[in-house]
Write a protein that binds this ligand. Structure first.
Ligand code: AMP
Ligand code: MG
Length: 396
């Protein structure tokens, strides 16, 4: 039997099969969670002039402790009408331009204004420049605000908008087809005959992709029929960048994904990974599409989708770092040693401590529903005690 592929090697080989899709320019409202294709370089200073950070009076620090003659007002949205001279103060509001000559803002709580005379009622500003946002203190024209390949968070969209950009170049979203396989599967809501089960992987994969930049077509289903599967793969490959099949990836008499892929003119790139659950994962190509064949057990499908499907979609959509981040935390309980495959145990991370869930049978859905982390146990890892540090991936 061919050696099982290490997870990292399989991930690298999968991503090497395809380049990111071309980019498109879209408006801010559409680009949440998309991946930037180009660096965002600021075309302006922010702020473009020194601004008040508080409501109060713009003064010259050298004039403290006052009093001052109040000479007009500066509100957000307009340039101040004049400069501030020695012994003068200008009423100013948060976000307004600080007038020339002034260098400090005294907050309104610290002063009393009477007729045009302003006097200090407490300590006042303790340093030159207090309560002023200097020009370009957020960013300066020419600064690279966000590098290509980052995922656009709400905060990143704020920075891009503030930079003066109108549209953003982002990677196109891959078109993904989910294809469930199996004679036993019935769509939710239909009556179950003996031996039948509801399809849970279809809705689960659709949910996993819902947060990703992907155009997911309606879930497709096919019986355990090699010819039908082959025909469907051919048809789906014409209209999708990725076909993700689930089930039928192993060596049973009713496992037809590899055979059907070959019948359809596709190629298997690799099969079988040194991981548990998820060993029978298949990666292949068919026409211009990639095929990812996930094993059917719910936990196997979930873990392989986390480690392969989501990174593939992110890579195609232009992500610079498509793989899930591996983090570290102490174990809440002891953990048995590892096997010949790397384990991804369904686990809870609570209050900073990791606990593997009871019930690691890959056919179970309840541990999946409860888990918020995948606890990673390396091949042949020694037994661990509570408090030992372990690797994990956040999943919820
Ligand atoms: P397979 O990978 O086709 O051998 O399936 C392995 C196990 O996963 C079997 O018990 C299947 O009934 C189950 N299974 C396969 N596909 C799904 C699905 N879409 N939803 C729920 N269970 C599934
Ligand atoms: Mg099956």
């Amino acid at each position: 039997m061919a050696a099982l592929l290490p997870v990292e090697e399989a991930q690298a080989r999968l991503l090497a099969l395809c380049s990111p899709l071309l980019s498109e320019k879209i408006s801010f409202s559409e680009c949440f969670r998309r991946y930037l294709s180009d660096n965002i370089v600021a075309s302006r200073d922010q702020p473009a002039a020194p601004l008040a950070a508080m409501d109060g009076y713009a003064i010259r620090f050298a004039d403290l402790p006052g009093p001052w003659a109040v000479v007009g007002e500066s509100a957000a949205g307009a340039a101040p009408g004049r400069a501030v001279g020695a012994g003068e103060a200008m009423r100013i509001f948060t976000g307004a331009i600080v007038p020339d000559g002034a260098d400090t803002v005294v907050v309104q709580e610290d002063v009393a204004a009477d007729g045009g005379l302003l006097t200090l009622t407490s300590e006042g500003p303790d340093a030159y420049g207090r309560h002023i946002r200097p020009r370009a203190s957020d960013f300066a024209a020419g600064d690279c605000l966000l590098p290509a390949g980052v995922r656009l968070s709400p905060g990143a969209i704020a920075a891009a908008a503030m930079s003066g950009a109108v549209q953003l170049a982002v990677g196109r979203r891959p078109r993904v087809a989910i294809l469930t396989t199996g004679d036993e599967l019935v769509q939710a809501g239909r009556t179950l005959a003996p031996g039948q089960i509801p399809d849970s992987n279809g809705p689960m994969l659709a949910a996993m992709l819902a947060d990703e930049p992907a155009i997911v077509s309606l879930p497709h289903h096919v019986r355990d029929d090699r010819q039908l599967l082959s025909k469907l793969l051919k048809a789906l490959a014409r209209r999708h960048d990725v076909i993700v099949t689930v089930g039928g990836a192993s060596v049973g008499d009713h496992d037809h994904v590899r055979g059907a892929l070959e019948d359809a003119g596709g190629q298997i790139e690799f099969w079988k990974i040194a991981m548990r659950p998820g060993k029978p994962l298949i990666a292949g190509t068919i026409g211009d599409a990639l095929l990812l064949g996930l094993p059917g057990n719910p936990s196997s499908a979930f873990v392989t989708a986390t480690l392969f499907l989501l990174p593939l979609v992110r890579h195609l959509a232009g992500a610079r770092e498509p793989l899930p981040a591996v983090q570290r935390a102490p174990l809440a309980t002891a953990l048995d040693g590892g096997s010949g495959r790397r384990d991804y145990l369904r686990a809870r991370l609570d209050n900073g401590y990791l606990t593997p869930l009871v019930g690691q049978d890959s056919g179970m859905t309840m541990p999946l529903a409860a888990a918020n982390a995948l606890l990673i146990r390396e091949i042949a890892a020694p037994p661990r005690i509570a408090g030992d540090i372990a690797d994990y991936i956040v999943i919820a």
